[in-house]
Design a binder for this molecule. Structure first.
Ligand code: FES
Length: 101
């Protein structure tokens, strides 16, 4: 974990829910495509080659607020996700990483 004396970029982990409710009528598919285009194949954090890893969940236990995504560090939940909001998140992460490096 980064601290005040550690200049390495903080690792990010993104968990996209593609469970039955969040992906109703394939509405989460565009989110998958956005994350894949930005960060490559999904996979567990320990297998990540870069500072960002992302993975798919079957349910994040907040179905009524979906589509959902959770961002780490911090465990910040994003509800009612849209492609536009996801693009903002991706751009923000990229900007933070550029600033930290
Ligand atoms: S299906 Fe996404 S939170 Fe349950």
């Amino acid at each position: 974990m980064a601290d005040d004396h550690d200049n390495r970029p903080r690792r990010r982990r993104i968990v996209l829910c593609m469970g039955a409710t969040c992906n109703m009528s394939d509405r989460a598919e565009p989110f998958y495509d956005c994350l894949h285009a930005a960060f490559g194949d999904p996979g567990p954090a320990f297998m990540a080659h870069g500072p960002v890893s992302w993975e798919v969940a079957n349910c994040l236990d907040m179905c009524d607020d979906g589509p959902n995504l959770t961002l780490y560090p911090g465990g910040h939940d994003v509800h009612a996700l849209t492609v536009e909001r996801l693009q903002e998140i991706i751009e923000q992460i990229k900007a933070e990483l550029a600033h930290e490096s």
